[in-house]
Design a binder for this molecule. Structure first.
Ligand code: SF4
Length: 175
């Protein structure tokens, strides 16, 4: 029997990942409550950030197990959109990857080499002339470094290169 290239992460990893997700979801909801009540256009049916991005092997393994049956995936979407969209809704919303959980907010990353903060914000929520201030930013480095460490643990045990990034549309079953 051939070896599963993306084996199920062990319980301790799953639980540490869930804890990270809880903390990210909390940081997102706190920031929205403090700074952006009634400002964000994010709502069910808005899928402009649902592009076919890449995920870490750990998230690919978790996502694969959250996939609905192949028959449920019928939406006709282009190659540049996530295949997990069905009738403009996410089929794995509760288990969506971390990158999907912070979209819409002003995501901030510290570029130590350049000595500056890089910000990426949804143009539907923040027009070009919107003046973002420090308190508006969701700093993601602390979360991303924890995710990278969980991914290293997973990759060590599964014998996978931790640098690998898998296109989400390869993880999703094809239609
Ligand atoms: S996993 Fe869900 S939330 Fe993330 S891009 Fe795909 S459809 Fe959108």
């Amino acid at each position: 029997m051939s070896r599963d290239p993306l084996p199920q992460p062990d319980q301790s990893l799953c639980s540490d990942y869930r804890q990270l997700v809880v903390e990210i979801d909390l940081a997102v909801s706190q920031l929205i409550d403090k700074r952006f009540v009634n400002l964000l256009h994010c709502r069910p049916g808005c899928t402009s950030c649902c592009t076919a991005f890449r995920v870490l092997p750990l998230e690919a393994a978790l996502l694969r197990r959250a996939m609905p049956d192949r028959e449920a995936i019928q939406a006709m979407v282009g190659d540049d959109r996530c295949r997990l969209l069905f009738e403009e809704r996410c089929l794995v919303y509760e288990q969506r990857p971390i990158i999907c959980r912070t979209q819409g907010l002003p995501n901030a990353y510290i570029d130590e080499t350049a000595g500056k903060i890089e910000v990426s914000a949804c143009p539907l929520n923040f027009a070009e002339d919107y003046q973002l201030v420090h308190e508006d930013l969701l700093f993601l480095d602390r979360f991303n470094s924890r995710l990278a460490e969980l991914n290293r643990r997973y990759c060590r045990s599964a014998g996978i290169d931790p640098q690998l990034r898998l296109p989400i549309n390869l993880v999703a079953p094809s239609r």
